[in-house]
Design a protein around this ligand. Structure first.
Ligand code: NAG
Ligand code: NAG
Ligand code: NAG
Ligand code: NAG
Ligand code: NAG
Ligand code: NAG
Length: 467
């Protein structure tokens, strides 16, 4: 009786100590995750060979199929040990963790036949690179209709080996759209963290039609454009409740791009990207944006919170991209504490982006762009402060810019602010913005708003798991 009590208490104690331990000061075999797993296996248990040459396509498939049996029994984790593990595209499963040890490198096969053809995304109607008869290459790591899936590690590497894809794309030799590195669709409870992602064939991380997502501690590297076209870092697309934090991205395209489908296809699917927080991002992207909203935004983009961001040698800060035909909306956007250095444009909005899926778009489908709030920013070595162009008879409204100090490069544009079809206010912004963003005259006591509530995904605590 007493013994049973002691055992019960010990059980309770060890349970609490596991779930309450903060996720710093972890030992080598511990890692933070939304969920821990009861079962564990190594890729070598399934015949994996980490010599960088042997194909592990069969080993990954066998391992994940086998471990999927534990989905309803506490889930399973697949450990990738140090080594170079070459493989073709593979599919994830539910209640599953892929864990890459330090010095583990998963190498993506460069053989096109290792990437199954799958249907184009319903909200895009076709592949972005090529129409491909409604088909596209599967992403390298793919998951669909899942719950509770985790990709993490001790900063192990996933190398997309994209160079052959980039070359073939530029030579216009691809019949189908290039694979993304990681795509997860129609899923919930997704964590992608503490990994190094290299050389994706195109976009790196693409959650779509999904919710409850944490993307954390990624180092994403690709040679800057024009070598690696469209290697965006993280692209949440028709996703809700997303937390993107502590990432370092050097990219050949936008560091982060929030999207929600393309023209008539995106309008029909009608799934917005919303309730997203992006914080503590460092971005280098000489030819693209720190954070783009669009250009595919036809399902709508709303309630986006951006804070504590550094951009270095990046074409623009936050960039709004849209066009007649897109429909949808971009509204309730909040950003604060952004530090920028060496920028072509600090603020950039473009209502004539064009780039349509096909001729079937409705030119009367005008996007609604409103309630965009930028507060507390500095930028140095800047060519132009604000290049803001709305749409004729469809102005971008309620734009608010406050407490911003911009220092020019040695060769600045003569016209620092160019605003057309833009309505809003400003306060304490230097150099002084255009007339359509008239200063409120409130000095630095005024700040454009930022939400005071927390998103549900901000309250999700990670547990300490072991492998
Ligand atoms: C992954 O799953 C999709 C269906 O959801 C399938 O078309 C594709 O062939 C699978 N990929 C692999 C590598 O088995
Ligand atoms: C995946 O989910 C989508 C959206 O709920 C659904 O339309 C589709 O049929 C599902 N696919 C599978 C293979 O269950
Ligand atoms: C991963 O890299 C980041 C950034 O360099 C570092 O702060 C973190 O401690 C590393 N994590 C592990 C588990 O090695
Ligand atoms: C602003 O962001 C920087 C970079 O992430 C951070 O170091 C700093 O503490 C932030 N400042 C405030 C007031 O939060
Ligand atoms: C300023 O920007 C120019 C490009 O516009 C770049 O060549 C130069 O190195 C930058 N200077 C500093 C101090 O960052
Ligand atoms: C200002 O922007 C408008 C609209 O994009 C453009 O037509 C015009 O040429 C720009 N003016 C200058 C001086 O760059």
């Amino acid at each position: 009786m007493e013994m049973a009590m002691v055992i019960m208490l010990l059980g309770l104690l060890s349970m609490t100590s596991v779930s309450c331990r903060p996720s710093y000061g972890l030992t080598a075999s511990e890692y933070p995750a939304m969920n821990c797993r009861k079962h564990s296996a190594s890729l070598t248990d399934y015949g994996g060979v980490g010599d960088g040459k042997t194909s592990n396509t069969k080993a990954f498939k066998a391992a994940i199929e086998d471990l999927s049996k534990f989905a309803s029994d506490g889930g399973a984790q697949l450990i990738i040990p140090p080594g170079k593990w070459l493989t073709g595209s593979f599919n994830l499963t539910s209640h599953f963790t892929l864990y890459l040890e330090k010095d583990a490198v998963i190498l993506a096969s460069q053989d096109e036949s290792e990437y199954p053809l799958i249907p184009a995304l319903p909200s895009y109607g076709r592949g972005r690179d090529a129409s491909g008869d409604g088909l596209r290459y599967s992403s390298f790591i793919f998951g669909t209709n899942l719950t509770d899936v985790i990709l993490t590690g001790a900063n192990g590497t996933i190398d997309g080996q994209g160079s052959t894809w980039w070359k073939n794309y530029k030579k216009d030799k691809l019949k189908y759209t290039r694979p993304t590195l990681i795509e997860i669709m129609y899923s919930s409870q997704i964590q992608i963290s503490s990994l190094t992602l290299l050389n994706s064939p195109q976009w790196n991380v693409h959650p779509i039609y999904s919710s409850d997502i944490i993307i954390q501690g990624l180092t994403i590297l690709a040679p800057i454009d024009p070598i690696s076209p469209n290697t965006d870092g993280i692209n949440p697309d028709s996703c809700s409740n997303v937390r993107i934090e502590d990432n370092y991205i050097v990219s050949g395209d936008d560091c982060i791009a929030i999207k929600s489908g393309w023209d008539e296809y995106g309008i029909k699917v009608g799934m917005p990207s919303q309730h997203i927080i992006i914080r503590r991002l460092t971005c280098i992207s000489p030819d693209s944006a720190l954070i783009a909203l669009g250009s595919e935004m036809s399902g709508g983009i709303q309630d986006i919170r951006i804070e504590d961001i550094v951009a270095i040698n990046t074409e623009s800060g936050i960039r709004i991209k849209t066009a007649p035909g897109r429909g949808g909306y971009i509204k309730d956007i909040y950003a604060r504490n952004v530090t920028m250095q060496t920028m072509k444009y600090v603020f950039w909005m473009i209502g004539s982006y064009g780039s349509h899926a096909d001729e079937g778009f409705d030119p009367k489908a005008l996007p609604e762009i409103k309630n965009i709030n930028y507060n507390d920013m500095t930028a140095t070595n800047v060519t132009m402060s604000g290049n803001l162009a709305g749409i004729k008879d469809d102005p971008f409204t309620n734009i608010c810019i406050s407490n911003v100090n911009i220092e020019m490069s040695s060769k600045p544009k003569k016209l620092q602010w160019n605003c057309t079809d833009i309505e809003g206010t400003s306060s304490n912004v230097s150099p002084q913005p255009c007339e359509s963003l008239a200063d409120k005259g409130a000095g630095n006591s005024f700040s454009c708003p930022f939400p005071t509530d927390k998103l549900p995904i901000e309250d999700v605590q990670l547990k300490t798991c072991t492998y």
